[in-house]
Ligand binder design. Structure first.
Ligand SMILES: [Zn+2]
Length: 398
């Protein structure tokens, strides 16, 4: 058991308790046992963390992570060995935990490392955020695929897609990631172009559903977004050029959600490390205004969105809280909505809302204690959290 006392709670992220301040008792299975007024739980001999009236948030989600992205130098990534990948990806997973992320949906990586990390975490060999693993990314054969060749599994035709999907599940992955349109960061890619076909996508969805799972679709252009919605993909990743029709389709369904990615946008425009290709930077600049406008329009229409960053470890560590403030600067989202996207909404989209996403008696004790009031000032997220609590491990950053 452990007691967190003098916690400031955010109403929109708390269920079953009304006050602004509380003590929270955690049982031996790391479940929230009780939320009560400060001072009302008899601590006795229980270890206690005093939050000092700072804000306690539920653990964060990154629904679009790439644990393999050490930096934005994709040539190094292409030639990296399996062993090196394991350590690099473990390291990034720990950084995620340090910044308060307790669930990371990996959107594609090499050598099936994420499935291996999950196994090691289940054995309690390592303590890392819960991983939702997609393994290798399914993609049509395309010029430019070599940029991410170590992450990709090319598949053309429904038959190849069926085999490739089954293979990802066989290897211990949880979901399927699919390239529906071209990309910014692979050099020949045109983000507006549809590259997958309807029969291929429907086959991927069919195989995933047999496993009780779903497909996450990389889609920038509006036609690709609409194709993905029609085929029943669960999430639209990026959604950069979403149009009115696609927004209307998403408003009318509860089977597909948008996961915009802001941090990578900021990083590509401000490539101070000079690691990106000129082509990638040019494309990012060319589409910047359009992407901001389209995603903001989808937000104003009232879409429930997930939290995804697509960011590399170097930028992630250099800029704590990057995805939080990037959503303000890139998409002009409101502060409280950004926090909801990082927690409650992403938990719902990932199908984990029964255990995660809010502070509620009976849910997992996954806590992030942040100095200040991030529900009023998103830039409070620029400091590392004071404490992160996950699976019995208490990380103290300062
Ligand atoms: Zn990605």
């Amino acid at each position: 058991m452990i007691l967190f006392k003098n916690c400031r709670l955010v109403g929109a992220l708390t269920e079953g308790y009304e006050g602004e301040f509380a003590d929270i008792l955690v049982d031996d299975n790391d479940i929230i046992a009780e939320i009560a007024a400060p001072g009302s739980i008899d601590a006795g001999e229980i270890p206690t963390v005093d939050a000092g009236h700072q804000t306690l948030l539920p653990g964060f989600f990154d629904l679009h992570a790439h644990l393999c992205l050490t930096d934005l130098d994709f040539k190094e990534l292409r030639n990296r060995s399996c062993v090196d990948s394991c350590f690099e990806m473990y390291d990034f997973a720990r950084e995620y935990l340090k910044q308060g992320y307790t669930t990371v949906r990996d959107a594609g990586g090499p050598f099936n490392v994420t499935a291996g990390l999950k196994k090691a975490a289940n054995r309690k060999t390592i303590c890392i955020p819960d991983i939702i693993s997609s393994g290798e990314i399914l993609t049509p054969t395309e010029v430019g695929n070599e940029t991410f060749s170590s992450l990709y599994c090319p598949a053309d035709s429904p038959f190849e897609v069926r085999k490739a999907c089954r293979r990802q599940f066989e290897l211990g992955n949880d979901v399927i990631k699919y390239m529906v349109t071209g990309a910014y960061l692979n050099e020949a890619g045109n983000p507006g172009d549809v590259i997958a076909t309807e029969d291929e996508l429907r086959e991927a969805v069919r195989v995933a559903q047999l496993k009780g799972s779903y497909v996450m679709g990389h889609a920038h252009g509006a036609e690709g977004i609409k194709l993905a919605i029609r085929c029943g993909l669960r999430t639209i990743e990026h959604g950069s050029f979403i149009d009115e029709e696609a927004i209307g389709m998403l408003l009318n369904t509860d089977q597909t959600y948008l996961v915009p990615t802001a941090a990578i946008g900021l990083a590509c425009i401000d490539d101070s490390g000079d690691t990106l290709s000129d082509d990638a930077v040019d494309k990012s600049k060319k589409y910047e205004a359009m992407e901001k406008e389209c995603v903001n329009r989808a937000y104003r229409a009232g879409l429930k969105m997930g939290f995804g960053s697509d960011i590399d470890r170097k930028n992630f560590c250099l800029h704590p809280g990057m995805e939080f403030y990037a959503r303000r600067e890139w998409f002009d989202f409101d502060t409280l909505d950004i926090l909801l996207q990082a927690t409650k909404y992403s938990a719902e989209i990932a199908g984990l809302a029964d255990r995660k996403g809010t502070i509620r008696k009976g849910k997992n004790a996954e806590f992030v204690i942040v100095e200040g009031k991030p529900d009023q000032d998103i830039y409070a997220m620029k400091q590392l959290p004071l404490y992160v609590y996950f699976k019995g491990e208490l990380l103290q950053n300062r």
